[in-house]
Design a protein around this ligand. Structure first.
Ligand code: GLY
Length: 561
């Protein structure tokens, strides 16, 4: 009912009356948006200026990122949108995670000897799960937005039609996935014009993607999951060796889940619920750390404790977590303070606990930069933290012919064979085994932090390292720092298996490396810095907004009217 929504919007814009019992954070005079691409941030402000609320802006930013940052997310992928509505404090998470097609089978990526067939769950149509992003955007707009969906999608449609200038990050990531993209004429036509990556700052137009966006703008979810567009997906995927059916598409629904809640030293944490592991791993690790005073600890001792907390939380991830519609996830137990106290009792100050004491070992696979995140607070104090993905950079590399939609390779986030790591070296068990119609476990960790100082909205891409990055940022927030600091915190990571501290160049000093090794830690220096955190903060005391975009990326954080 676009007319009704437009009317509501007009009334809101004209009257702009706060209810008597409005929480103090309403009427901030300004809004803050941080996203991984300047055009996406600008799309969000464009929609806010048209009278949209934060949820309309989130639709605009998500759709814009799908066009201008196809390496990280897109209509062919999925994600999680964590929402906070200021006037009644309502919070929810939209789970738009992809689902396995109904014809998927537990062993579909294994050879006759139960070994994973290289690349099968990463490159091409079989690696693609049923996308959730379009359904989630329609849901977000219809349930929570003020503007018609077509208006919120307009900036993305314009970017797809008129094109955008290809940047360094796009080219760098495309080069890592060129082989997969090149396999498909439908993909090469868009991303490898003239048979090679486009020139830096050349204009990339995506007319087929613009048409698919227009179909969604016109017909809502039917514009993607039924009719002509859906038929093109099924035909193209099946011709390329995939297993999608019309029923897979037609039956896809985004669902709402209650966000995970925790508390760290007086900071209220609100984060992603399963089918993402993010919230549980974050809260579990912070619960473990809440038993220590990290401030007076020397740098090595502090990092040792953080690593030991990460090790145990990621261990539970591998053991217990999966799609809550398919497996019983013990979320309450894992996020319980007494449970964390039990974990703490196995932590020694002088010695790392080898992960092999918890379970067996697997080899590390190279990490890929992927996924995207944006954070918004609007002038009414509404918030969205959204982390979106098509998994590996440029997803499966496969564009469904005639749709312009690059499909995800999120099937790789399932545990294909027990104990064998996925593309991020993450292991998982039966809880995250492939099953028809099931959502694969994610690490995406869109998060709100709140205490008497302020309200923070944050998150980042980065595969298995997403949650540990948010953890480090939360600790930085707890120390009183600003978004500009959280987004550039030097990063280190432990995910239980492989049993090693992974760290970006410069994140650990020589003394820390020696000190951690002396405690028995294996250290693994990474070739490059990782992550692309986007964060905003409303400071309750100064009533000011601030925002930070990761200096490792090319994003834009803006505070404005
Ligand atoms: N595809 C990355 C994640 O969901 O964790």
């Amino acid at each position: 009912m676009p007319e009704v929504k437009r009317l509501i919007c007009l009334c809101a814009a004209l009257l702009f009356v706060l209810p008597a019992n409005a929480p103090a954070e309403q009427n901030l005079h300004q809004a803050a948006i941080a996203s991984a691409h300047p055009l996406a941030t600008r799309a969000g402000f464009e929609i806010l200026k048209k009278g949209g609320n934060v949820f309309d802006a989130a639709v605009a930013v998500s759709a814009a990122l799908a066009v201008v940052e196809p390496s990280g997310s897109g209509l062919g992928g999925g994600g999680y949108w964590l929402l906070h509505r200021a006037d009644d404090g309502f919070e929810t998470m939209i789970d738009g995670r992809e689902k396995a097609p109904f014809a998927a089978r537990r062993n579909m990526f294994l050879d006759g000897r139960d070994k994973a067939i290289p690349k099968l769950s990463v490159d091409g149509a079989l690696a693609a799960a049923i996308p959730g992003m379009p359904a989630a955007l329609v849901h977000l707009s219809e349930r929570y937005g003020r503007l018609p969906l077509a208006e919120s999608l307009a900036p993305a449609i314009r970017y797809a039609e008129n094109g955008f200038a290809v940047g360094h990050k796009f080219l760098k990531l495309l080069k890592t996935r060129q082989q997969a993209v090149r396999r498909f004429a439908s993909s090469s036509r868009i991303f490898l014009p003239k048979g090679k990556p486009p020139e830096l700052f050349s204009i990339l137009r995506q007319p087929d993607l613009a048409n698919t966006l227009k179909q969604i703008a016109k017909s809502g979810r039917d514009g993607f999951y039924r009719g002509d567009v859906a038929a093109k997906f099924v035909k193209s995927v099946r011709e390329a060796g995939g297993i999608w059916t019309g029923e897979d598409l037609e039956s896809y629904r985004a669902v709402e889940r209650r966000p995970l809640k925790g508390d760290y030293r007086g900071i209220k944490i609100t984060s992603s619920a399963p089918s993402s592991s993010g919230g549980i791993v974050l809260i579990e690790a912070l619960n473990v750390l809440s038993g220590y005073d990290l401030k007076p600890a020397d740098d090595t001792a502090r990092k040792h404790l953080i690593v030991e907390a990460m090790r145990r939380a990621y261990h539970d991830r591998a053991l217990y977590l999966g799609d809550p519609d398919y497996v019983a996830v013990p979320a309450e137990r894992l996020t319980n303070a007494d449970y964390a106290a039990g974990l703490r009792s196995s932590i020694r100050f002088d010695k790392a606990l080898p992960s092999v004491m918890l379970a067996g070992e697997t080899e590390l696979e190279p990490e890929a930069a992927n996924t995207t995140h944006f954070s918004i607070i609007d002038r009414e104090g509404n918030r969205v933290a959204a982390t979106l993905s098509i998994n590996f950079p440029f997803g499966s590399g496969f564009v469904a012919d005639g749709t312009g939609v690059l499909l995800n390779d999120e099937m790789d986030d399932f545990a294909s064979s027990a104990g064998e790591g996925n593309g991020y070296g993450l292991v998982g068990g039966a809880a995250n085994a492939i099953a028809p119609g099931k959502r694969m476990l994610s690490s995406m960790t869109p998060t709100f932090l709140e205490n008497e100082r302020g309200v923070a909205v944050l998150g980042t891409p980065g595969g298995s390292r997403i949650t540990s990055m948010v953890l480090l940022a939360a600790l930085d927030y707890a120390e009183g720092h600003e978004p500009a600091s959280w987004v550039k915190v030097p990063r280190f990571h432990h995910q239980y298996l492989p049993d090693a501290i992974q760290y970006e160049p410069g994140a650990l000093s020589e003394a820390e490396i020696a000190g951690l090794a002396a405690k028995g830690h294996r250290l693994m220096s990474l070739p490059e810095r990782y992550g692309d955190m986007q964060a905003v903060l409303w400071n309750k005391k100064t009533r000011e907004l601030s925002a930070g975009s990761d200096p490792r990326g090319e994003g834009l954080a803006l505070v404005g009217p």
